[in-house]
Design a protein around this ligand. Sequence first.
Ligand code: NCD
Length: 313
Amino acid sequence: MHLLAIREMEPARIEQLLESSQRMKRATIDGSKVPQFPGRVVGMLFLEDSTRTRVSFEQAARKLGMGFSIFGMQGTSLSKGESLKDTVLTLKYERLDGLVMRHNASGAAHLAARFFDGPVINAGDGMHEHPTQALADALTIAERKGKIQGLKVAIVGDVMHSRVARSNLWLLHKLGAEVHLVGPRNLLPRHTGKLPASVHHDLLPGIEDADVVMALRLQKERMDGGLISSLGEYASLYQINARALANAKPDCIVMHPGPINRGLEVDDQTADGPNSVIVNQVENGVFVRMAVFAEAFSNGHMEQPKTKKATKK
Ligand code: NCD
């Protein structure tokens, strides 16, 4: 089964993936068995830079006993002008079992899914979606808050360019959270009226009584320039710091998908402080990607916990 966009997913599938991620985490921490998929080889096509997403997919594949080949823009025929379609067809006929793909074009993973036989997993496509990041974030929220339903979540900053924000918005909405998008007019999507979220241009009312504040990176590489007047002004209006958090709930958690521009979206004290779950998001990324691979290669039979058998050994 492909994993292309949270927007297209049934809530039941999202919940099943989150439960499977929790089982993967428990089993990994206890040292008990996780499902193994020997002989499965996944192509990992990372055509945009990535640290945490790429390494966590690699780690997930290793833990499930799978093989993988990693490709970047450099070192493949894409740099010679080969089309994405021809690259995907090449990988199909070389009999790779699945594809993980990051690309700077929105819709690239959907395109790949048309030409590839096995499951295609979207690891971030342009400004569209980043489903596995949203799953890692949801797992982190559920661990800290015990639920997602009914929470107030504020997503702050460059929402317009953020695939993380889009995937999170849909996931949180589908699981019953109340989503608030906060940012300057220039950095919010054009048609916010159609999104299941409230919109705020001022930080303090936007994060008032929030259970979760999720800061986003300013995606300078996707800006044509002129969208914000100065970084200093942006920080003074939208930075998540102790002063801003005084408006949120006292036990509000602070998230950021990384990479962080420290001192801009979040100050050091907050990023490294007791309310921050930023490193937990990274850690949970591995378990979520294990669950996603297990779903992709279990032919519809998701692995159930084998705690008794596993602990006997
Ligand atoms: C994000 C991405 O690439 O979309 N990073 C990530 O995968 N954790 C967010 C970003 O780059 O700002």
